[in-house]
Design a protein around this ligand. Structure first.
Ligand code: ZN
Length: 462
């Protein structure tokens, strides 16, 4: 048995691991590289394996850095089953269609310039037909139900608590009479979230691939985080302007709406108008509510008694562009949730353009901001930004809420590993060098295990 790290090795994107079991080939995730230009350049390079020879894919969850190259895989000849949680299938459909649309728009814009300069034209990395082909290969799984997906390969998903449907993948493998259990953590969520159940570690494994996004630090406590959000809302009302929240469409948006619903009274939210101004987030929220049986007990009990619009009567969903543009006329009292989460595009840019220069505006950052993004520059206190060709002075106050992450902190990752019997060898993936080194040290100190930090393309024999 042989395992090759084909992505998310020393970085947090492009999750993809290739497994050879006898004459079978299997992929765990097939994600997009995002962020720095050198990383993104990997998306158009050939895969380090033959896409046509892959027998099956097992997908951990519906984020682009885990599923975003599935359409490329299909375009290059993959035609096998993609096994994943049934809720993930619903979310992936929305996510990949949106990605195909954005890719098409980007390429068309670039090609207009290229045509004018007489240069050769680009082709999109994938299109909507490739996405349809991917969706046709999806095979739904339930949590904690083992299924033999290939001869000698049995898969079981455990709840990972990261976003709806997100799973850790347990693979029981057989080769020439020998049995092995490989566990891939996927992205592990924090212990407490408003909506989801806490992550379930496997009881036993022979080898583990563990994510390490926040391997070097812990998050602020839940109580401090809730107090902070309350304070930002109060400050925003006092300032007399609007509150902008750049929102990740899948995961953070639904967690924040659930927090709003459960703290509606104490945060005095009835005096605001709350706009969910993102077509993808609106669809993802509907999918979350359709799968509410996956929520934790408290969230289920709460939602069983109420519908989202009873819980937040002043929530306005604005899928149409015309409705979105009308929000620009509001000077005060609007909470605007819009994408993209790192302000790299989308409707949030229009709201920033109309509000950033007003000193009464507040911006609440609720997720990780990568280096080089507008969101990161706002967090870092930049004075001037350029939006749609206009220079805009930043007079708004920018608040960063640290404790709403969808990822486990160091203590939680160490505890997840610690729950597995037998102290199996562990390979740290999905983390920048700092995160991986921090977690490797911690695991060595707590459990005496030597954690490896594999490089891109590295291959190990099991
Ligand atoms: Zn994720």
């Amino acid at each position: 048995m042989e395992l090759t790290f084909c992505g998310a090795a020393g970085v947090v994107t492009g999750s993809c691991h290739h497994l050879q079991v006898g004459d079978r080939q299997l992929l765990l995730d097939c994600g997009l590289f995002q962020g720095h230009r050198e990383e993104e350049a990997r998306n158009i390079q050939p895969f380090p394996f033959d896409a046509r020879a892959i027998d099956a894919v097992v997908l951990s969850h519906a984020h682009l850095d885990h599923c975003g190259r599935l359409p490329v895989l299909v375009r290059r000849g993959f035609n096998g089953p993609i096994h994943t949680h049934r809720a993930t299938i619903d979310l992936v459909r929305v996510l990949l269609k949106d990605a195909a649309y954005l890719e098409q728009a980007d390429v068309e814009r670039e090609n207009r310039k290229r045509a004018a300069r007489g240069e050769h034209l680009l082709k999109p990395l994938f299109d909507i037909d490739d996405v349809e082909a991917v969706m046709g290969l999806m095979c739904p799984l339930e949590f904690d139900v083992a299924e033999e997906i290939l001869p000698g390969v049995t898969v079981r998903l455990l709840p990972a608590g990261h976003i709806l449907g997100a799973a850790s993948i347990v693979l029981d493998l057989q080769e020439r009479g020998r049995r092995w259990r490989l566990v891939f953590s996927g992205d592990v969520g924090p212990r407490t979230t408003t909506l989801l159940r806490e992550p379930v570690p496997p009881d036993h494994a022979d080898v583990v691939l563990l994510e390490s996004t926040y391997g070097d630090r812990n998050h602020r406590s839940r109580e401090d985080t809730l107090r902070e959000i309350g304070q930002v809302l109060e400050a925003a009302w006092e300032a007399g302007g609007n509150l902008l929240v750049p929102a990740f469409a899948i995961g953070r948006t639904q967690e924040l709406l659930a927090l709003f619903a459960s703290h509606r009274k104490s945060w005095n939210l009835d005096r605001w108008h709350i706009f969910l101004d993102s077509p993808m987030a609106i669809q993802a929220t509907a999918i979350y509510l359709r799968h509410s049986e996956l929520f934790n007990d408290a969230a289920q009990a709460f939602l069983d008694r109420h519908d989202l619009h009873d819980l937040l009567p002043n929530l306005h969903e604005t899928p149409d562009t015309a409705q979105s543009m009308q929000i620009n006329n509001i000077r005060r009292g609007a909470i605007i949730l819009a994408g993209a989460g790192m302000c790299t595009g989308g409707r949030i840019l229009h709201h920033l353009r109309h509000n950033l220069w007003r000193k009464e505006t507040q911006v609440m950052i609720i997720g990780y901001q990568s280096e080089g993004t507008l969101g990161r520059r706002l967090v870092d206190g930049v004075e001037m930004v350029r939006l749609f060709g206009e220079d805009i002075r930043v007079r708004a106050s920018v608040h960063t809420i640290g404790g709403l992450s969808a990822h486990a902190g160091q203590d939680e990752l160490a505890a997840w590993y610690g729950a597995i019997g037998g102290r199996p060898p562990v390979h740290l993936v999905h983390g920048e060098q700092r995160g991986r080194d921090g977690l490797a040290q911690r695991l060595r100190a707590d459990y005496g295990v030597q954690a490896s930090t594999p490089a891109y393309g590295e291959r190990i024999q099991l």
